[in-house]
Ligand binder design. Structure first.
Ligand SMILES: [Ca+2]
Ligand SMILES: [Ca+2]
Length: 86
C-alpha cells in the first residue's frame, strides 16, 4: 500500500495491485495478471504492471499479491484523519 498526495490537497491510499487504475482491486485485475502469467520481458503477453515483485517474471507470487488485495478500494482520507495517522 502506497500513500501519496493528490495535487498536494487530498491524501490518497492506493494499491499497486489495482492494475487497471479504476480504484478497486477486482476480477479485472486478476485477469490482467493471469493473462501475463509465466511471461518475461519481450514476451508477447508481458505486462510490466503485472510483475508486482519486479523480478522480471509474472509468476504465481504476483497473482497471489493481487488476490491478497482483492476487494480493496482506493481510500480518500480527510486531512484530519491523515494527520492523525502521522
Ligand atoms: Ca482495478
Ligand atoms: Ca514477478
Amino acid at each position: 500500500m502506497l500513500k501519496c498526495t493528490d495535487a498536494g490537497i487530498i491524501p490518497v491510499v492506493f494499491y499497486p495491485t489495482d492494475l487497471n487504475f479504476d480504484g478497486k482491486v477486482n476480477i479485472q485485475d486478476v485477469t490482467i495478471v493471469a493473462v501475463a502469467h509465466n511471461s518475461h520481458p519481450n514476451d508477447r503477453n508481458w505486462n510490466v504492471l503485472a510483475d508486482l515483485d519486479r523480478n522480471s517474471v509474472v509468476s504465481i507470487v504476483d497473482v497471489t499479491l493481487v488476490a491478497k488485495d482483492y476487494g480493496k478500494t482506493v481510500q480518500l482520507l480527510s486531512y484530519r484523519r491523515w494527520f492523525r495517522k502521522q
